[in-house]
Write a protein that binds this ligand. Structure first.
Ligand code: HEM
Length: 204
């Protein structure tokens, strides 16, 4: 990488993120057959319903642990909201307008921070309800039914969040994916997308 680039994510941070992303997709493929009958065919990928559910349970453990670690690794930036973040939220980052919203942002913009908080809450709800469903004989019928409902609801919300996250991290904002793949972004990208973070990095 040339001197036009700056460090954005450490190797450890990238391994953690991609472990979360890969386990998310394994959970999707192994669990979707339980969500609705039309997706029953997905069980064949893992050799049948029983095998799929086994994969789903243990991948869930990996996803839960790594997703919490990912959240903790960004916790410093995630909860730092200021007046620029309020302006960013009021304008929805300019995504619904033709004009580029020139609002200075830190390492992550306000939308990314809100996504990080949402992903944490969704992970906790999916993890706790998943645990109850896994050990349903130890819990009351009402508790198991509530867990099944919340697990399905948060799955649907997580999918909406993921479609938006993947779009904005790839074709929606060219140059962003490079940071998560190779650890570096161009200085130009940093000045455009995270100008306050860029100023801080070049000062140090
Ligand atoms: C194919 C799937 C995915 C792609 C292509 C992707 C891409 C990216 C990229 C490029 C970034 C860096 C953004 C930046 O530099 O500003 C990022 C950050 C992040 N990703 Fe993903 N990601 C994927 C899946 C996931 C999943 C499954 C989760 C969690 C459930 C997740 C959670 C996060 C979080 C918390 C961050 C840091 C803050 C943020 O950008 O919102 N990602 N992702």
């Amino acid at each position: 990488m040339s001197k036009n680039c700056i460090d954005r994510f450490t190797t450890w941070g990238r391994i953690l993120h991609w472990t979360v992303a890969i386990s998310f997709f394994i959970l999707l493929l192994s669990g979707i057959g339980l969500f609705a009958h039309v997706f029953f065919g997905f069980f064949h990928i893992f050799g049948g319903p029983e095998q799929s559910i086994l994969v789903h349970k243990w991948t869930g453990v990996v996803f839960f642990v790594c997703s919490i670690l990912l959240f903790l690794s960004h916790i410093g930036e995630t909860f730092r909201f200021d007046a620029d973040d309020a302006r960013w939220i009021a304008k929805l980052g300019g995504y619904l307008s033709c004009k580029h919203a020139d609002i200075p942002q830190g390492k992550f913009n306000a939308g990314q921070k809100l996504f990080g908080i949402f992903a944490f809450i969704a992970t906790v709800v999916m993890g706790v309800t998943g645990w109850i469903i896994w050990h349903m004989t130890s819990y009351s019928l009402e508790m198991t039914q509530l867990s099944l409902m919340l697990h399905s609801l948060f799955f649907a919300l997580f999918m909406i969040g993921m479609v938006i996250h993947i779009y904005l991290a790839t074709i929606g904002n060219p140059g962003t994916l490079a940071g998560m793949l190779w650890g570096k972004v161009t200085k130009n990208w940093a000045k455009t997308h995270a100008s306050k973070w860029y100023q801080k990095v070049v000062k140090n």
